[in-house]
Write a protein that binds this ligand. Structure first.
Ligand SMILES: Cc1cc2nc3c(=O)[nH]c(=O)nc-3n(C[C@H](O)[C@H](O)[C@H](O)COP(=O)(O)OP(=O)(O)OC[C@H]3O[C@@H](n4cnc5c(N)ncnc54)[C@H](O)[C@@H]3O)c2cc1C
Ligand SMILES: NC(=O)c1ccc[n+]([C@@H]2O[C@H](COP(=O)([O-])OP(=O)(O)OC[C@H]3O[C@@H](n4cnc5c(N)ncnc54)[C@H](OP(=O)(O)O)[C@@H]3O)[C@@H](O)[C@H]2O)c1
Length: 273
């Protein structure tokens, strides 16, 4: 997406500076922290549009824009983002090349309805993500209010390989802090997962399985020791659009649907492409 008129757009975004970079998996997964624009407000689960100056003829003007969920807690001093590197992408490889002190532009407006505000009160919160879909949930899990609102929170992170389980140490620490309230269930599709990578589980080795398979086979509920119940469970889906579509259909059979016309539902979804 190219901004048509830089002068018109200028008022809509601000230039920020990269202050921290974490590479989770070389050439595949990284996080960037940037300075936070004054007055920038968001709800956990929302996303902003980030801009990069990728056109060499205009190195001081952002020319390419992409949506990114805020990973940071909503009251954090800086803003953190978690990104995949799409090998042929116009944006993510350039973003991955940014270094400390480089510029990243951010739109002043935030977007998105994948927020806890979209739900009526419930008891259990299920946060299901593939890949970088985890981003939106990290912001929620960094917010103490989420733990006050729900009795149990199940975070399911589906990736191809165990090496892609970014933020794992932070999630394990949160799990230790919140004892039985938070259940972190990593899941891999291209290799088995061993017990030390998924301490919530009693099995010694987990065969590769997509989230859709885990739901349909009942393993998701078995592994978390919780029942998906439309009356008391609130479910979020985020990441790969095919996963979202298929999970949505499976969940519809179980009585889950997104809210409509101002009526809160028990399902909220976000597609990343
Ligand atoms: C609401 C929203 C929030 C988003 N939040 C994030 C985020 O927090 N982190 C993040 O990495 N991306 C996020 N994305 C995706 C992001 O906007 C870009 O698509 C991504 O950075 C790739 O940009 P690109 O130009 O390199 O490739 P693009 O040309 O944008 O995408 C090319 C292809 O790469 C694949 N792809 C794109 N994004 C991803 C992804 N995240 N994971 C796996 N495959 C992907 C798809 O097959 C897509 O067709 C979000 C998208 C939306 C709509
Ligand atoms: N094609 C490849 O083999 C490959 C390998 C490495 C990287 N890449 C590149 O890396 C980028 C990001 O890849 P990613 O692995 O982070 O994201 P991804 O492609 O969205 O995969 C993340 C996880 O989602 C699962 N998934 C995909 N479709 C699903 C569905 N319909 N239902 C349930 N689960 C589903 C995948 O399982 P599955 O493993 O079963 O698909 C995987 O475990 C891609 O855009 C691609 O360019 C591609």
């Amino acid at each position: 997406m190219t901004e048509p008129q830089a002068s018109v757009a200028a008022a809509r975004y601000t230039e920020q500076i990269v202050t921290k970079k974490t590479v989770w998996l070389s050439e595949k997964l990284f996080s960037l922290t940037i300075t936070r624009p004054p007055g920038f407000q968001f709800l956990p689960g929302q996303f902003a549009r980030l801009g990069l100056a990728v056109d060499p003829t205009t190195p001081l003007t952002p020319s390419e824009w992409r949506a990114y969920s805020m990973v940071s807690a909503q009251n954090a001093n800086e803003l953190e983002f978690f990104s995949v590197v799409v090998p042929d992408g116009k944006f993510s490889p350039a973003m991955a090349r940014l270094r400390l002190g480089d510029s990243l532009w951010i739109n002043k407006t935030v977007f998105g309805f994948l927020t806890l505000e979209s739900f009526s009160d419930g008891e259990d919160l299920w946060l299901l993500a593939t890949g970088t879909g985890l981003s939106a949930y990290l912001s929620m899990l960094r917010d103490p209010a989420t733990f006050k609102r729900f009795k149990r929170i199940v975070l399911v992170h589906g990736v191809r390989h165990a090496s892609e389980l970014a933020y794992r140490n932070e999630l394990l620490a949160l799990m230790a802090q919140h004892k039985t309230q938070l259940i972190y269930l990593p899941s891999t599709t291209q290799e088995p997962l061993t017990l030390d990578l998924s301490p919530s589980l009693s099995a010694t080795k987990l065969e590769p399985a997509r989230l859709t398979t885990l739901l349909a086979s009942g393993q998701l509920e078995q592994r978390s020791d919780l029942v998906l119940d439309p009356g008391r469970s609130r479910v979020m889906l985020c990441g790969n659009p095919a996963m979202v579509t298929e999970m949505r259909a499976l969940l519809a059979q179980r009585g889950f649907a997104a809210g409509r016309r101002g009526i809160a539902g028990n399902l909220a979804v976000e597609n990343y492409w």
